[in-house]
Design a protein around this ligand. Structure first.
Ligand SMILES: NC(=O)C1=CN([C@@H]2O[C@H](COP(=O)(O)OP(=O)(O)OC[C@H]3O[C@@H](n4cnc5c(N)ncnc54)[C@H](OP(=O)(O)O)[C@@H]3O)[C@@H](O)[C@H]2O)C=CC1
Ligand SMILES: O=C1O[C@H](COP(=O)(O)O)[C@@H](O)[C@H](O)[C@H]1O
Length: 481
């Protein structure tokens, strides 16, 4: 690939939406602060806003998310912000956009079009951009989900490829921009302490959690059309899974890494409906935008297997859901127990070593060793050795800083390639349209009881609780069950 073009302007479709408010404005602010963003940002959306309304909205979003808000940084960002309004289905919107882009970036300016919009409109916008010639000297960046199954992912790609070649098409998965997710590779491939034990001979099982204690809020209409599997499992969790399972790349290049990711996914068994639990929190059907008889799952858990030399026989447990007891994105790697229980815990069992990769709420890593408890005879207990990345490195950048930086520079590092996206769809295909209704679960619980013992009789490992998580647990089951 040739050196990618740096954008002279960012066209941000969906600038009035939820993602922009929660993630994109704070990230644009940080990029401005770091001197990476100093180009015009032209928002495009339906709402009849003017530039001042947009700037006021941006201020509210940023002050909500950024504790050390600096007026000078914001003024710089605000001076770069403007909006073009109109329906994406109306050609006139795109001729207004073309005029604005010429005005702010010049006739030959390179433009990055970022689509933070409902996925059903990706091709409409791409076609309309091309009709105005806005695909020339430009790249397109599309949010997730990329398709809603293997066939639609391929046809979406074919349609986008009519107007943008592969070097000018970026598929967003913001977990790829997450420092803690990136950190998985460094942990595995930069530590000779970990590398030799990272296989079926030493690892018993790996649990991957993306738990959220909040509900779908005002995203009912979008969420109901995707559900938990397509919202976060097919993309975010499978990307995490891939970093945990891939072989070391032959070099530290984007191409080498993506080749290894693709390779390991080809060895992954497709998900099995018999090893899958789907749930729906009680009250979901009352959310605005949700169909009254919706069978969309708000909870999903499954067991996965990689049929290769490194991982044969090691179960990978994935679970995610909304309205659960806590918010935590965390990987728990359970090592095999020592062959002889010389130092059991007080219940007489030898505790396994655990390695935890914490992503949300904090980027951190914990190694749980087992130590003999003083004055407890021979009894042992786990001792956590934890390091928080922010303590070591200072502020840790937000995932969307890396994603938006890539949108501006064209660096493909933090984006998904089609072969990987396709494998992820292949893996989830058998559980995409299950006929059974999802199991109900109480908001604030750990999801349907049917998933409790999925990892085995001891259930799921506790995750590290979010500091703001609900204190009560209406389902009355133990934390982490
Ligand atoms: N929200 C989140 O937490 C996350 C979202 N994403 C992804 O980001 C994308 C956007 O999601 P989200 O922000 O939640 O969606 P929203 O529904 O909140 O926002 C959609 C945006 O698109 C605009 N829009 C929709 N239809 C039209 C139209 N016909 N013409 C013009 N503008 C239109 C809306 O404009 P207006 O408001 O003016 O109507 C709004 O700016 C999705 O692909 C989603 O998967 C990814 C990660 C997290
Ligand atoms: O893409 C999405 O991700 C978020 C979870 O990501 P995080 O970085 O905010 O933890 C999820 O809440 C949302 O439903 C989904 O669309």
């Amino acid at each position: 690939m040739e050196t990618p073009e740096r954008a002279d302007a960012l066209a941000l479709f969906g600038i009035t939406g939820d993602l922009a408010a929660k993630m994109l404005f704070p990230a644009l602010y940080r990029l401005t602060q770091r001197g990476i963003l100093d180009v015009p940002v032209v928002g495009v959306a339906y709402s009849d806003w003017d530039d001042d309304a947009l700037r006021q909205h941006a201020r509210t979003s940023i002050t909500t998310a950024v504790p050390d808000f600096d007026e000078r940084v914001f003024s710089k960002l605000a001076s770069n912000l403007s909006i073009v309004t109109g329906d994406f289905k109306d050609d006139a919107t795109f001729s207004r956009l073309r005029d604005r882009l010429r005005q702010v970036a010049g006739e030959d300016g390179f433009v990055s079009h970022y689509l933070a919009i409902p996925p059903s409109l990706f091709t409409t916008v791409a076609d309309s951009l091309a009709a105005e010639g806005l695909n020339r000297n430009a790249r397109i960046v599309v949010e997730k989900p990329f398709g809603h199954d293997l066939a639609t992912a391929r046809s979406l790609n074919d349609r986008l490829a009519r107007h943008f070649d592969e070097d000018h098409l970026l598929r967003v998965d913001h977990f790829l921009g997450d420092v803690a997710v990136e950190g998985l590779k460094a942990a595995r491939f930069a530590n000779e302490m970990l590398a030799p034990i990272w296989n079926r001979d030493h690892i018993d099982n790996i649990q991957i959690n993306l738990l959220e204690d909040f509900d779908v809020a005002d995203r009912g209409s979008f969420y109901d059309s995707v559900g938990c599997l397509k919202d976060v499992v097919q993309n975010h969790l499978l990307q995490v899974f891939t970093f945990l399972t891939m072989e070391p790349p032959s070099a530290r290049t984007v191409e080498a890494e993506k080749a290894e990711k693709h390779k390991v996914l080809q060895a992954v068994r497709a998900m099995d409906p018999a090893d899958t639990v789907r749930g729906q929190y009680q009250g979901y059907l009352d959310v605005e935008g949700v169909k009254p008889d919706s069978t969309t799952e708000t909870y999903f858990a499954t067991k996965m297997w990689v049929d290769n030399w490194r991982w044969e026989g090691v179960p990978f447990l994935l679970r995610s859901g909304k309205s659960l007891a806590t918010t935590s994105t965390e990987v728990v790697v359970e090592m095999q127990r020592p062959p002889v229980a010389l130092y059991p815990d007080r219940s007489g069992n030898p505790a396994p070593n655990l390695i935890r990769f914490h992503m949300v709420p904090e980027a951190a890593m914990t190694v749980e060793l087992v130590a003999k408890q003083p004055e407890q005879g021979e009894a042992s207990a786990p001792v956590p050795l934890r390091v928080d990345f922010a303590d070591v490195y200072g502020r840790v950048e937000m995932p969307y800083e890396n994603v938006l930086e890539g949108a501006i520079t064209g660096d493909q590092t933090y984006f998904a390639v089609l072969p990987v996206v396709e494998e992820c769809w292949r893996i989830v295909e058998p559980v995409l349209n299950l006929p059974e209704k999802p199991l109900p679960y109480a908001p604030g619980s750990w999801g349907p009881e049917a998933a409790d013992k999925m990892p085995g009789p001891d259930g799921w490992h506790d995750v590290t609780p979010h500091p703001d998580a609900r204190q009560t647990n209406p389902a009355g089951r133990p934390s982490g069950a």
